[in-house]
Design a protein around this ligand. Structure first.
Ligand code: FAD
Ligand code: FES
Length: 336
């Protein structure tokens, strides 16, 4: 017992990793290509899984080249899937560590760490009479979870992707259209250009009356928030962002990760989470966009800037920072 760092639970993990009482894990059972760069991953969650609400996301911890990396993915399966499996659908982005690993290299049988589903990008208890889904690219994933889960009498979707073959779930969307369960406007941005938000007046003339769920790149969501606000219907718009909107950058500084004993120069625009990972420091993380608090870390000395607001936080005893949305604002010491 003195010489081994392993606990009895570690041995149990070897034989029964999905058992009740173990840290929640999932086993990847299969990977189904959706487009050239997106795939659906079928996961069997362990016994402690409490289910999800359509539109929510899960944080998963995946080992990539020996390093455990955490990312958030929307659940794309319906809540009543009979076999108890859940799916996420991942789009590989250029140079993306986890997304490329999941889409191109993951093998069935792989164990991953899994957190309970969370997030408030969900449908309300009372069904709205009219719904609009405004999506682009991989932003279709939480909405597909909703479409598969709940039927509405009047649903319109406006979805953008570069080309027809890039539209994730295209066949299923077209089946819903054929069954008259969905009205779909598909925009192919390589030929049509990106959606001009003002064109909603023509595409969906009653858009102001519709409860709207929007997910896609920052440009689309920023434009939608402005447009809905200008028309006084902002309470009808629900948005989900996959990345934080970064508004402010300032001077950086020398960052010390005192527990690991590493010091590096950082600019004022790069999140300390990325700075630490790049330097080989083990950094906890989750959503990487300031919502899950999976990355909070004590700031021992110095100051950091919140990349979303520009606000400066100075070190004081007990001060915690979110490393995914904080950058160095001068020299600082992070307890990692
Ligand atoms: C609530 C939530 C739900 C999400 N749901 C999904 C989902 O269902 N499907 C899905 O594919 N992704 C989803 N994401 C995004 C996902 O968590 C990862 O950010 C994405 O897979 C990239 O991770 P990576 O390790 O491949 O890239 P990294 O190695 O972290 O980053 C590589 C490079 O790409 C940039 N980058 C990081 N994220 C993005 C992005 N989303 N778009 C463009 N560039 C980026 C980085 O700045 C960096 O330069 C979700 C994110 C959140 C917060
Ligand atoms: S990783 Fe989720 S808040 Fe920082």
């Amino acid at each position: 017992m003195v010489t081994t760092p392993l606990l009895p639970s570690d041995y149990l993990d070897l034989v029964s990793p999905l058992r009740a009482g173990a840290d929640l894990r999932g086993r990847i059972e299969s990977v189904h290509p959706e487009t050239g760069d997106a795939a659906t991953i079928v996961i069997r969650p362990g016994r402690g899984w409490r289910g999800h609400t359509a539109g929510q996301y899960v944080r998963i911890g995946v080992d990539v080249d020996g390093v455990r990396l955490w990312r958030a993915y929307s659940v794309t399966s319906p809540t009543d899937r009979q076999d108890g499996r859940v799916t996420i659908t991942v789009k590989a982005i250029p140079d993306g560590k986890v997304s490329n690993h999941l889409v191109r290299r993951t093998k069935p049988g792989t164990l991953i760490q899994l957190d309970q589903a969370t997030g408030d990008f969900v449908l309300p208890q009372a069904k709205p009479a009219k719904v609009l889904y405004l999506t682009a690219g991989s932003g279709i994933t939480p909405v597909m979870g909703m479409l598969r889960d709940t039927e509405f009498d009047d649903v319109v979707m406006v979805h953008s992707a570069p080309q027809p073959q890039d539209v994730i779930f295209r066949n299923e969307l077209h089946d819903l259209v054929a069954d008259k369960k969905l009205r779909l406007t598909e925009l192919h941005t390589d030929t049509d250009g990106i959606l001009d938000i003002a064109s909603l007046d023509e595409l969906v003339p009653d858009w102001t009356e519709r409860e709207t769920w929007a997910c896609g790149p920052a440009g689309l969501l920023d434009a939608a928030e402005k447009h809905w606000t200008e028309h006084g219907v902002q309470e009808r718009l629900h948005t989900e962002r996959f990345r934080p909107s970064i508004v402010v950058a300032g001077d950086g500084g020398e960052v010390t990760f005192s527990t690991t004993g590493k010091t590096v120069d950082a600019d004022g625009a790069t999140p300390l989470l990325d700075v630490g990972e790049e330097a080989g420091v083990l950094m906890p993380s989750g959503c990487r966009m300031g919502i899950c608090f999976g990355c909070v870390t004590p700031l021992k000395t110095g100051a950091v800037r919140d990349l979303r607001t520009g606000e400066i936080t100075e070190a004081e005893p007990g001060v915690l920072i979110q490393t995914c949305v904080s950058a160095a604002a001068g020299p600082c010491d992070i307890e990692r």
